[in-house]
Design a protein around this ligand. Structure first.
Ligand code: ATP
Ligand code: MG
Length: 485
């Protein structure tokens, strides 16, 4: 695919070689690019045709064009048009208007959503810091900025050239026209794809100031595509990373899931740290990693990398992942540290764990929100780490029934794989889950003899050295099956 692209860029470039300055857009006809209508979502094509029929211009833009040209499956299809959101909404009965900061329309076809936005102009120069900016545009001027220059609302409509300029990276400003199947390149995105470069459109500082999330997006594309950040795009990031503190935690929560939960978590995590962005997403975890804190039963860095690998592997093999699991991984080292601290202050183990979880979650939500539907299962996963070793009597059967068992078990395997020595606990639970009733009873018996001393209710008895239960295995732990939100 990239070879095809190379020749396409060469042709396009030679087409304009006679011109002194590069003239945009470069229009690549159907015969000279690899994106065919068959590659597209039929629903996206329907939306394009319907808008055209209603007299509007409409193009595919963004990730779907970019990813197709690179040769990867696009995640979703974004349409852009000169129709206002209200006009789009009235063209499609299966649509709804969404967003305030950035108004757009979702057209739904069963489970597929086609996002339709209106051409926008960059409002950077004319109305900064002015909540009361006059509404002068015929199409409804509506923009606002915060005291930090961050765009709070971006609903100033414009034409396609203006729309291209206000997009984030050159490869995201490629427009596919379904009427003649051509691609319109407004900012040199094709050349940057050929050179595997991520290049911000316009002045990097100004563009990050307007929307600091663009720094995260740059890193996300670097992790996902394996592209390099072009020098001027990369240069201001470290220094401007602190602007992320002014982004609403709910938006950052969504970005974190896209960054670390999309199949390239390992690379992206490294890049986020390299560019000094991770600390604005996970301040406690970052401080702990920086401090080099370790304990016999946890190596934070190894554990997080193992957790990200687990998520990446699952996604690559088409399995689902749960946001709460990823967050539980990223915060577990801090929970472990606080747990130890509270116990050192004399608090019993269980209340100390709950207190640690509260503290870590309270700190984290100042950076990235964590909806309660995620924080509850996170607490359960953490709690289960201390319950899974206690398997005597009927407990193992009860734990197996717990709605969070699968996730907690996966979490336990990640701990083991990252070097935490748990006396073959992962293997024991693996065998227990898949054993017959008799085998399960035998497994419980095999631990009962010592567990009553070690884990059971008669805690006052002096501890004896643990005997081998014969269940440990040197083999790699099998991965558990899919769990869902
Ligand atoms: P993905 O594969 O993750 O969907 P994408 O590039 O399509 O990647 P979206 O978030 O779907 O990302 O955004 C669609 C398009 O909107 C982008 O390609 C880009 O042109 C534009 N865009 C999105 N976010 C921003 C932003 N913060 N600033 C400028 N342009 C943006
Ligand atoms: Mg997209």
């Amino acid at each position: 695919m990239l070879t095809g692209l190379k020749s396409l860029v060469r042709k396009a470039t030679s087409l304009f070689a006679s011109l002194k300055a590069q003239t945009y857009p470069i229009i690549i006809p159907r015969s000279e690019h690899s994106l065919s209508r068959q590659d597209l979502s039929p629903n996206a094509v329907k939306v394009l045709y319907r808008l055209n029929k209603a007299g509007f211009d409409a193009y595919l833009v963004g990730g779907c064009v970019r990813d197709h040209l690179i040769g990867i499956e696009p995640k979703d299809f974004d349409v852009v048009t000169n129709a206002t959101p209200e006009e789009v909404h009235s063209t499609f009965s299966n649509s709804r208007l969404i967003g305030r900061r950035f108004k757009l329309v979702h057209v739904t076809f069963g489970r597929e959503i086609i996002e339709v936005s209106t051409f926008r102009a960059n409002s950077a120069q004319d109305d900064s810091n002015d909540e009361n900016a006059q509404n002068t545009s015929l199409k409804g001027k509506d923009s606002a900025r915060s005291a930090h220059g961050i765009v709070l609302r971006d609903n100033v409509y414009g034409n396609i050239e203006e729309d291209a300029e206000r997009r984030d990276f050159t490869f995201n400003a490629l427009y596919y026209n379904v009427q003649d199947f051509s691609i319109h390149d407004y900012c040199g995105g094709l050349k940057d794809i050929e050179n595997k470069q991520i290049r911000i459109i316009g002045d990097a500082r100004q563009r990050y100031q307007e929307d600091p999330v663009r720094m995260l997006r740059a890193i996300r594309f670097a992790g996902k595509l394996g592209f390099e950040l072009e020098a001027e795009t990369a240069a201001p990031i470290k220094e401007m990373a602190h602007l992320l503190d002014h982004i609403p935690p709910a938006r950052l929560f969504e970005e974190v899931l896209k960054l670390l939960g999309s199949g390239n978590g390992i690379e992206t995590f490294a890049l986020l740290r390299q560019y000094g962005l991770f600390r604005y997403l996970f301040p406690d975890t970052d401080a702990l990693l920086q401090s080099g804190w370790k304990r016999n039963d946890i190596d934070p860095e190894a554990f997080i990398l193992q957790g990200l690998k687990n998520t990446d592997d699952r996604i690559q093999s088409g399995k689902t992942t749960a946001p709460y699991f990823l967050y539980a991984v990223l915060l577990w080292p801090s929970v472990s540290l606080r747990h130890e601290e509270f116990q050192a202050q004399g608090m019993p183990a269980t209340p100390a764990l709950h207190q640690a979880a509260n503290m870590v979650l309270d700190n984290q939500v100042a950076s990235t929100a964590i909806p309660r539907r995620f924080s509850t299962p996170m607490r359960e996963i953490w709690d289960m780490q201390y319950r899974l070793p206690k398997r005597y009597g009927k407990r193992a059967f009860l734990l197996l029934e717990h709605p969070r068992f699968r996730a907690a078990f996966d979490f336990l395997l990640i701990r083991e794989l990252s070097g935490t020595e748990l006396d073959g606990l992962g293997d024991w639970w693996e065998n227990f889950q898949h054993g017959t009733e008799n085998q399960q009873r035998d497994l419980i018996k095999s631990i009962d003899s010592f567990s009553k001393d070690k884990e059971g209710p008669k805690k006052r008895r002096p501890r004896r050295r643990r005997k081998s239960n014969g269940n440990t295995s040197e083999t790699a732990k099998p991965q558990s099956e899919t769990f869902d939100e």
